[in-house]
Structures are given as C-alpha cells and as structure tokens.
Design a protein around this ligand. Structure first.
Ligand code: ARG
Length: 460
C-alpha cells in the first residue's frame, strides 16, 4: 500500500469505492504538461527564495523533464494512490530523483497548483480556439466576397420579408462570431493570471517572487491579488464555458438557417458530401448531420455552464473538492467548441448555393416597403405610405395578380403621386442596392463589411 501524500494523520484505510470516487487522474492527466511546467517554474522560484540550492532545483527541473518525457512517449506508469495529476507527477519525480523531490511542494498546496495548471491549459487551448475562429470568419469573408451578387429573401418570423444578399446573411453571422472572438480576447488575460504562491489559502511563507513566476509561465494577466480568492475562484472556467455556450448558440442559429435552407422545399443550399449523411432506409436522403450535431451540442454546452454555476454558487470561500467537477466540463466544452468551429468552417467552405432557387424565393410583395418608400421620396409621410402600399398589396391580392401587374394607372387610383417611374420599384436588385447605408444590403455595403472583418483579423 503506497503512502498517501496527505496520509500522516490517517490510520484507517480508504474505502476502495471512495478511492475511485476521489480520483481525478483519468480526467486531469490531460494537463500533465502544464503541471510539470508549473512545478518547474515553482522550483526555480524556490531556489531564488533560497529554499532550494541551485543544484537541488536543477535536479528537480531535470527530473520533471524525465517525467514529461515518460508522459510524452506513453510509458508513464500510473500506480495506486496517484489520485490526480499532481500526486502522480510528484510521486514519479521522487522515485526518479530521491528525497529532494519531496522539497518541491514546500509552501505550495494542490489548491494553488491545480488553479495554476488549469489556467495554463485553458490559456493554451483558448488561444487555439481563436485560431479556429479566425479561420471560420475568413471562410465566411471569402464566400461572401465571391458570391456578393447573389440575392436572397431575408426573413423575419421566418416569413419572407425583404430582399437581401446571401453574403449579407452570411456576414451577419460572422459579425456574431467576431463578437465571440472579442470576448475571448478580453477573457484571455483573466485566464492567464497566476494563483501559484497562494498556498492552501493563506499565502506563501517562503517569499517566492510571484511576479517572476507569472513572467516565467507567460501569465500575461499578472498575479491573483488575494490568496484566498486565488484558490476560491473558478470564474475563468465559468467564463470559458459561457464563451463556448454562447458561441454555440450563434453557430446553432447559423446551422438552423442552413438546415432550413437546405430542405427540399427551399433548396437554397446543399451540403457537400463531406458533411452530410444518408438514410439507412430512404435512398434519396442527404441529411445535414454536421449542422444538426452543432445544434445538438449547443444544448449540451449550455448544460455545462449551468452545471458549473450551480456547483459554485454555494461553495464556501477558498477551495472545496466540489471544484474538481469543473475539469470534465472545461475539457468537454473546449473540445466541443473547437470541433464545432472547425466543422462549421468545413461546411461553410464546401456548401453549394443555388442562386436561382434563392431568386425564386423572392416575391413581389417583398417590395411593398419599397413601394411605400417611393411615395416617401415624393413627400408623403411614411405612416401614410405604409397604408397606401398596403392598399396596393390588397388590390393585387383581390385581383389574384402580383404587385408587378398593377399599372401606374391602377396605383394612381390609390394615390395621385404614383407616376410612370413607379415601374423602377419592381426590381429586386434595386431594392438591395437602395440599402446602401453602412451595414446594409447593397453590394458596396456588404463588401465593406467584408473589408472590416479582414482588417479586424489582420490586426489580431
Ligand atoms: N484534484 C484536485 C482538484 O482538481 C486537486 C486539488 C486538491 N486539493 C485538495 N485540497 N484536496 O480539485
């Protein structure tokens, strides 16, 4: 029976079920590299503080390199009693370098250690997320630029509303993705803030230079300001889970639009074979599974966020073992959001669009607003023009014809200011082009939106 790290005051054995219940190694072994980096930085800090000699620190640092190499090559042997990654690495270090390994944990607690490791891991992982997000936004921009002429019905309440461009719709989603990236950018320094040197809760009695450790570990946010808060705080995980949940809300709504647009009744788009699957029964089927999976995973990640907030809300100040539950959620949310972003980029860059079907989805009544605006430009108050255009819609409906079939003379029966040039209104492209204000549906405006995203990405 190996001796437990914390076993000094214990005489009784741990219930084997409790042993399993307590252990987190199957989950947290994933951050072995961060645990070793944190320990090496701490060993250097202990040497600087005069707690370790330079030789002792060097022995520990190189012993930890060996432990890292064992993980790297898959030969690290987990033994009974390795309850988490911290105990496993320290146990192995001591086997390799002897009793001097036992000096590493001087003034340190797993409480400041685990918070440091997970912050390091999350900082690295979310940096990768930003890269994937940039690729997704780039894919949206390049499709938007290539297909800027394609007109499409825009919907409110899922009812045909006004003429927009496919690119305008797409860059609308990219705008939400950009906000998500800004949220990440803002969050990263709060993740990369150093708890190490806080001990279990009260602080470090050996005068380690926390700022030097922060610099050593690339913690750009500096040091946690209060040792009790440092071991208590899991905001950085909550915020990452919120980022993932909200970003997946955005991806899910984008996916939902495309699922609708790809349905046999719309046929605006068709997913490439790479991101669709067939039916085991119906030979004709091609289902947008990638998009449905994104929509489904969005629900699960909201659950992760709600779960962690619930775990935290009643926890007394400083560390409680409840917090160990956070890591499964953290790994799951980060892995899932990374997968979803990459899948979304793949779907987006390979999806086929059908401009004829999009055009066929436009109807004359979607220009009713333009008809009202025609009279506005002749000086009629908008509130009146809205009713007058509505009367035209009603007239066409009663005659069983399209708005396009109403002659200028018909329209003059509704208002004398309708002239022959009203025919110009019956042009879908004009409708989009009229909306040339920044952010609108005109081609110029849409291309400007693409440019702005490109300069955002270039500066990040
Ligand atoms: N595996 C633990 C966790 O992830 C490490 C911290 C243990 N600290 C303690 N006081 N038992 O939360």
């Amino acid at each position: 029976e190996p001796k437990k790290l914390w076993g000094g005051r214990f005489t009784g054995a741990t219930d084997p079920l409790m042993e399993k219940f307590n252990e987190s190694l199957p989950c947290d072994r994933r951050m072995w590299a961060e645990d070793i980096r944190g320990s090496q930085a701490y060993a250097r800090a202990l040497a600087k503080a005069g707690v370790l000699t330079e030789d002792e620190a060097a022995t520990i640092v190189s012993g930890l390199d060996t432990v890292a190499a064992e993980w790297e090559t898959g030969v690290f042997k987990v033994v009974a009693g390795d309850e988490d990654i911290h105990t496993a690495n320290e146990r192995r270090l001591t086997e390799l370098v002897g009793p001097v390994g036992g000096k590493l944990h001087t003034g340190r607690s797993r409480n400041d250690q685990v918070a440091t490791d997970t912050r390091l891991w999350l900082y690295g992982a979310l940096g990768q997320t930003r890269g994937y997000l940039a690729d997704l936004i780039k894919a949206a921009v390049s499709r938007a630029e290539a297909d800027a002429d394609v007109l499409m019905p825009g919907f409110t309440h899922l009812q045909p509303a006004q003429v927009v461009r496919w690119s305008h719709w797409l860059l609308g989603h990219a705008a939400a993705w950009q906000r998500d990236d800004m949220r990440l950018r803002d969050l990263l320094p709060r993740v990369a803030t150093l708890p190490l040197g806080s001990g279990a809760l009260a602080g470090n009695p050996f005068g380690v230079d926390r700022r030097a450790i922060a610099a050593d570990l690339g913690m750009v946010g500096g040091v946690c300001p209060n040792s009790m808060d440092a071991v208590s705080d899991r905001d950085y995980v909550c915020e990452a889970l919120f980022f993932a949940a909200l970003h997946l809300v955005h991806l899910s709504r984008w996916a939902e639009d495309l699922i609708i647009y790809s349905s046999g009744l719309f046929k605006f788009v068709q997913c490439s074979d790479a991101y669709a699957t067939g039916s085991s029964l119906m030979p004709q089927k091609k289902n947008p599974d990638a998009l449905e999976l994104i929509r489904g995973k969005a629900g699960r990640l909201q659950g992760n966020l709600a779960g962690l907030l619930a775990t935290m809300k009643g926890a007394p100040t400083t560390y409680n073992k409840d917090f160990q539950e956070a890591w499964l959620l953290m790994f799951d949310s980060v892995d899932t959001v990374n997968d979803c972003i990459r899948i979304a980029a793949g779907v987006l860059s390979t999806i086929a669009i059908n401009p004829e079907r999009m055009l066929a989805g436009l109807s004359a009544d979607m220009l009713a607003t333009d008809l009202a605006e025609y009279l506005v430009r002749k000086g009629v108050p908008f509130r009146d023009t809205h009713h007058l255009s509505g009367a035209a819609v009603k007239m066409a409906e009663e005659r069983g014809c399209s708005l396009f079939d109403l002659t200028p003379a018909d329209l003059r029966g509704i208002h004398p200011l309708f002239a022959d040039d009203v025919a110009e209104v019956w042009d879908y492209s004009r409708s989009a082009e009229m909306r040339d204000t920044e952010g609108g549906a005109s081609k110029r405006s849409v291309l400007q939106q693409a440019e702005k995203l490109k300069s955002y990405l270039a500066q990040e």
